[in-house]
Ligand binder design. Structure first.
Ligand code: SF4
Length: 449
């Protein structure tokens, strides 16, 4: 058989960006350097042997002894003089004012173990080459959610020790991501077509406590890793921003003001879990305040459109009928919009397993049914008030079975939806105004305006 010639296509790509890297200090700093270099290499960066040929220089500093600080500062000075574009990371990054006072022209300063921040800072100075033939991962990363919404994790772990939960045992204490990393990821997601960012963590309102609200550079200004500051900055991105797992700490009030101003969605997901002070104490819940009902009233005063979502547990050990009734009364008073309810069950290694007076299963079941009935009535009443209103809706699904969207009051997967009738062709991921015509316990029904 005659062998035919193969057509070869020569791909001419621009030269790979080059990073100069100086690693100072101990073995821990060296491991940090290796992780940063590995990530950069995986993204296609090359490394240069000298300052001159590099597009940017990263200096991983050591601040253990005075002499080590002196050496770090002198290397930064050298890199600035010979290259001009310098990013500083490592132990001295924990005292950025010291570096800035001597070298104000340094492009970015990040602390130890802030791998993502260093890599993001490099991206800003010299972006990685996107090679569609080689890159397996799009710039916004691999996502499991539909294209138009995405979960954004702002921290790992938790400083609380709720007795029914083993997350702190599994994931350790709170570790917050730098604000610039979170915001950088949010920007990439929005640029890739995401219309709604769902902010998640174990304890969203505690964001940044572990880093003492460290500042980092974003869009040419410093943003603190603080709940309010992060929400305010995310509000600039033009996407819906929805907050999950917020505890009613006092500083949540100022975030509700951002909601009233239309900067982020008027929606708070607050896992109250119970209302009885005795049960909450046994649960060791954070922000266990007696005045939560007053706080809720004041949030509604600041932002009348706010949607409050929560979850509760019925049948927690030693929950008496009186405690349960207290929770039902509280629920009637609180008039929450969306509520999920779990039946208590022992989780292996949770401290609550050893609490006395476990509630019999048939009692748990009975309480769950009574709880759901009370909440369904509240939810149906609150949804009914929306009939006649025109709501902005994000389209989630268009199929022969129907069109489904969500308003500002509905988080994906956990809340109700808006069933839409329309003669027009609608696109998933688009926003529309929908006139609400009917409601039931969970969902709304309406037509496109
Ligand atoms: S706040 Fe949440 S994650 Fe943290 S211990 Fe309590 S239940 Fe677990």
């Amino acid at each position: 058989m005659k062998k035919t010639g193969t057509i070869s296509k020569k791909l001419i790509s621009p030269p790979a960006p080059r990073v100069g890297f100086v690693s100072l200090g101990c073995a821990k700093a060296l491991v940090d350097s290796e992780r940063i270099l590995t990530q950069l290499r995986a993204e296609g960066y090359e490394f240069s042997g000298g300052y001159g040929e590099a597009d940017v220089v990263v200096v991983n500093t050591c601040g253990f002894l005075d002499s080590a600080r002196e050496e770090s500062l002198s290397v930064i000075g050298e890199a600035l003089a010979e290259n001009g574009k310098v990013i500083v990371t490592g132990c001295m990054g924990a005292t950025p004012e010291l570096i800035r006072s001597k070298y104000p022209d340094v492009l970015a300063i990040t602390g130890p173990q802030a791998y993502e921040s260093v890599v993001n800072a490099v991206h800003k100075v010299v972006p990685p080459l996107h090679d569609p033939y080689l890159d397996l991962v799009p710039p916004q990363g691999v996502k499991l959610t539909p294209r138009h919404y995405a979960y954004l994790k702002i921290s790992e772990g938790c400083n609380n020790r709720c007795s029914f939960c083993i997350i702190p045992k599994l994931r350790g204490d709170l570790v917050s991501r730098p604000a610039s990393d979170v915001l950088g990821e949010a920007e990439r997601l929005v640029a890739s077509g995401v219309k709604e960012l769902l902010v998640v963590s174990q304890d969203t309102s505690a964001y940044g406590i572990d880093t003492k609200y460290a500042k980092s550079d974003w869009r040419g200004r410093e943003v603190r890793a603080k709940f309010y500051d992060l929400c305010e900055a995310m509000g600039e991105l033009g996407a819906w921003v929805r907050l999950h797992y917020v505890y009613p700490y006092p500083h949540v009030d100022e975030v509700v003001e951002l909601m009233a101003d239309g900067k982020i969605l008027p929606y708070l997901d607050i896992p109250f879990q119970h209302a009885s002070p005795k049960v909450l104490k046994n649960m060791r819940r954070p922000a266990n305040q007696e005045k939560v009902l007053e706080r809720i009233a004041s949030w509604r005063k600041i932002c009348p459109d706010i949607t409050l979502r929560s979850t509760f547990i019925v049948g927690f050990p030693d929950e008496s009928e009186e405690d349960f009734q207290f929770m039902l009364d509280w629920l009637k008073e609180a008039q929450l919009d969306r509520v999920g309810c779990f039946r208590y069950e022992n989780v292996s290694e949770a401290d609550s397993n050893s609490l006395p007076n476990h509630v019999p299963q048939d009692v748990v079941e009975d309480r769950w049914n009574r709880f759901m009935q009370v909440q369904q009535e509240i939810s149906a009443k609150r949804l009914k008030k929306k009939v006649g209103q025109t709501l902005k809706v994000l389209i989630d699904e268009v199929s022969p079975e129907g069109i489904i969207g969500r308003s500002a009051a509905d988080a994906p997967e956990i809340d109700g939806v808006v069933h839409i009738s329309s003669k027009k062709r609608l696109l998933v991921g688009s926003f529309l105004d929908v006139q609400i015509e009917q409601s039931d316990e969970y969902d709304l029904f309406g037509s496109v305006v």
